[in-house]
Design a protein around this ligand. Structure first.
Ligand SMILES: Nc1ncnc2c1ncn2[C@@H]1O[C@H](COP(=O)(O)OP(=O)(O)OP(=O)(O)O)[C@@H](O)[C@H]1O
Ligand SMILES: [Mg+2]
Length: 357
């Protein structure tokens, strides 16, 4: 079969535009025609500014991509068009090829790319569920202490058979107590205190702790970018993030060939909107990949929601906490999973002495 590029172009599910050196549209695909509600013929030679508005995120992204002769990705930006309600989208602009200075502009409505924005789109829902659970957890503490105390009293005069039962009561109340601790920890809404953090140090600490405990028979492979600048972060919170992800990875691995790979890199082209016209640069990229069974298909859209778990003894609070912490850092977390390969990618801003979020 010979590849027919016209067909590929026409069937691309996302609106795609070719922008020439004068910032005019030279080609659009049919998804773009539908988005803009105009035909390719009507759109030909129209100005990017005309279509998306002057100083729009799109015009700005096109300009930046041209200036750096590279590609640029903007997450969750509002794309406004004449006669169309603004929609949240991921916008990609990159060179079309080495023999042309034209740019390819792709607009991907985030409804389709839910996984990308998972951590952010779910924060509001997470907050309300967690606020309620935190209150409930607080209310549970007193009766729980009563149950545990009563079991201890009973244990003093209990027969061997009954002792087993009082121990069970105590063990289970301890388990609930730990869950309450985690929920309350989650409800902690103090702002993140940012400082310069060497990501590799924190990753190494997380790996050492894992190797000393639950991941003792798993091979860790590191691939660090030695020139990675410091992140703007809270190292204790980031340690918790890496530990939660590594723990999930270890729990997903069965058998003796478990491998967890940690990779860091710098990618200057990743930004996302933080409200108004401001965008946040999140060039530090940390990818944690395991070769475990993968995330169950039915769960993948919800893993960042609280209390979603596939484990009999899981509380489903690990990833919501990851999401909360990374959002507090002005970063992004996303996940990509197939059987035998699951990657969590975290993107964080760089530390500047006067970092402002
Ligand atoms: N690396 C992974 N591989 C496969 N599935 C994963 C992976 N990471 C997360 N998951 C899935 O996502 C679910 C939610 O993870 P999360 O860490 O939030 O909760 P948990 O691990 O079940 O419980 P907790 O972390 O609170 O003990 C897990 O139950 C699991 O099904
Ligand atoms: Mg977990």
């Amino acid at each position: 079969m010979t590849l027919n590029y016209e067909q590929i172009w026409a069937t691309l599910p996302f609106p795609a535009f070719v922008v020439n050196t004068e910032n005019k549209l030279s080609h659009v695909n049919s998804a773009a025609e539908q988005l803009v509600k105009s035909s390719a013929k009507q759109l030909r030679d129209k100005d990017v500014d005309y279509l998306f508005g002057q100083n729009s995120v799109i015009a700005d992204t096109v300009e930046q991509a041209r200036a750096k002769s590279g590609s640029l990705m903007q997450y969750n930006v509002e794309v406004a068009l004449n006669d169309v309600d603004p929609m949240t989208s991921n916008v990609h602009v990159g060179p079309l090829g080495s023999d042309t200075e034209d740019l390819l502009l792709l607009i991907q409505p985030t409804g389709v790319a839910q996984k990308m924005s998972r951590s952010l789109t779910h924060m509001a829902a997470a907050r309300s569920v967690v606020a309620m659970s935190a209150m409930l957890a607080h209310e549970l503490r007193n009766p729980l202490a009563g149950i545990s105390g009563a079991a201890q009293l009973l244990a003093m005069n209990a027969s061997d058979g009954d002792l087993e039962l009082t121990e069970l009561i105590e063990a289970e109340t301890r388990r609930i107590g730990k869950l309450i601790d985690r929920v309350e920890h989650f409800g902690d809404n103090r702002p993140t205190a940012l400082a310069a953090v060497n990501i590799h140090d924190v990753l190494d600490r997380a790996v050492r702790a894992a190797q000393a405990g639950f991941a003792s028979d798993i091979a860790f492979v590191v691939d660090y970018d030695p020139s990675l600048p410091d992140a703007a972060g809270d190292s204790d919170q980031l340690l918790q993030v890496f530990q939660n992800i590594i723990k999930n990875a270890a729990e997903a691995i069965e058998g003796t060939h478990g491998k967890i790979k940690l990779r860091t890199s710098y990618n200057s082209g990743v930004k996302f909107a933080v409200g108004g016209n401001r965008t946040q640069n999140v060039p530090l990229q940390i990818a944690i990949t395991d070769n475990g069974a993968g995330i169950p298909e039915a769960l993948i859209a919800e893993i960042f929601d609280p209390f979603v778990t596939s484990k009999s003894n899981g509380s489903g609070l690990g990833l919501p906490l990851v999401s909360k912490i990374i959002a507090g850092h002005g970063g992004l977390v996303e996940c990509d999973s197939t059987s035998g390969r699951t990657t969590f990618t975290i993107r964080l801003p760089v530390w500047r002495s006067q970092t402002e979020l």
